[in-house]
Design a protein around this ligand. Sequence first.
Ligand SMILES: O=C(O)CCC(=O)C(=O)O
Ligand SMILES: [Fe+2]
Length: 388
Amino acid sequence: MVHQAQGQLVQEVAADGALSALPSRYVLKEQHRPSPTAVATTGTAKPAAPSIPTVDVSRLADADPEEAARLRSALRSWGLFAVTGHGMQEPFLDAVLASSRAFFHLPTEAKPEYSNVVDAGDGEGGRRFQPEGYGVDRVDTDEQVLDWCDRLYLLVRPEDERQLRFWPAHPPDLRDLLHEFSVRSEKLARLVLAAMARSLGFQDGFFADKVGERMPSYARFTYYPPCPRPDLVHGLKPHTDNSVVTVLLLDERVGGLQVFLEDGGGWVDVPVLGGGRHQLLVVVGDEMEIMSNAAFRAPVHRVVAPGEAEERVSLAVFYQPEPHRVLEPSPELVSGERPAMYRRLEAKVFGDGFWDAFALGERTIDFLKVKVDVATDQPAAAAAVSGA
Ligand SMILES: O=C(O)CCC(=O)C(=O)O
Ligand SMILES: [Fe+2]
């Protein structure tokens, strides 16, 4: 059984004249709403917010010590960074986002075969939700406040596990572009994993060996339709990523991504570069936080919905450990002074728990009680997602 709200695309709600009265399903409690200053999504008039760290990965590949220091600092401060030197040309990134937008713009009737609500196989015509495919994120309860976005979620690698029936045939270039993007972004992810390992004094393969040769990756295309009241909703709720690292391509025109900086920094905008240039980020995910015993922490981030004359699209690729792998603080990073901060569990259990936690607006690490209270050696009490 799926929740009745599961079939309702935000795009349809937006097109449906909801624009004069926002349906209550999307309206946040007052204390959860994005602050008024955060709503200027193009954000040019903002006073000196701390600027996003940038790392030139071509210099990381050459083991440049200065760039390695920039990487360390970026990971310590923001837990994510803007990437330069990745070798993906602007026209290519432009084509990826243009094709993604074109998919979301197709009429709903043209897309039922990609739906993330599928036949339950119960012989009674039941329907069930599953993560791959096109639609909204999983809806579990009437109380759940829904995000102002539609998405398309696809396993991209290993290639022999792709479920091509969910891969859009229209626009005709989308499959090839996604394939190309997945090849290039995996190279980038592996390069960053090697540099992160080196930054802790390990061999390049330290993290790569733990996630495995067949490291799965999932692409999430997210479409944020025009919104009449971005001050009342979440485009995408505060969360950390279900990944070791995430490669994230941002809309080149409309901002909205915000990162929660610990140590008093609060919510900070990730800016649009302007001039049609594309911002590509690498984000630390939960699995890396666990494997590194919190040497690297996954940043909490969210998306403020666009205004009523705007729309926004993004493409994230999440790199995860092979499902049967054990996820645990690497023994090399555990010591008497720094005990294990997380308990061990199977990567698949963590991945499945992500969806349950996400629907509730919680971090998987808290939801599954993965954090250990080092004083008592017991599971730590769950904390709310920062700023949620
Ligand atoms: O749309 C964005 O900029 C962020 C998307 C995101 O955080 C995600 O897909 O996990
Ligand atoms: Fe994310």
